[in-house]
Design a binder for this molecule. Sequence first.
Ligand code: SF4
Ligand code: SF4
Length: 175
Amino acid sequence: MVSLETDLDRIAALAEQRRDDNRAFAHFIDIMWEREGRSDAELDALVEQIAADVSRAIDCTRCANCCRTLTVGLEPDDVARLAAGTGASAPEVLARYVDRAAGAALGEWATLRGVPCPFLRDNLCSVYAHRPLACLHYPAFTPDFRWLLDYILEDAGRCPIVFNVIERLKARLGW
Ligand code: SF4
Ligand code: SF4
């Protein structure tokens, strides 16, 4: 069993060192899956099992690195969610927290204004039950892990869950 790495500085350094190795690993998975005719569903199930184990072992409240460093993409439904979470009206949420122009530049409906996130308080999410859908699903590995992998690897140096899932998957697949 590969041990868990949770130190953020070390994860950032290791992910940088392993950038080329991670790209090669993604290519290796592609070749293995095509050659052996394996299904994407099989790979998704394996990754989900590893991700569940890793997520259980990592305390996000001691990390919050995603909340401190990521720009959060928003969907229209997030306005009502954030209104419920903050007690503000939908127009107030739109005016204070939603940046349509920044979202358009990234191909999103909108983004949340501010990095670190304005809802982060003492390493905790102050709107947790009503957090944006992107936060609710972060980090997402499936469906279609194989096709998302290049994108997922961009966060290997940021998110301990992502870093450790990739390292455990390497071990499971004999990399
Ligand atoms: S999702 Fe990843 S980056 Fe965000 S708090 Fe949890 S471990 Fe940290
Ligand atoms: S809304 Fe909450 S979970 Fe999402 S980035 Fe902000 S603090 Fe983190």
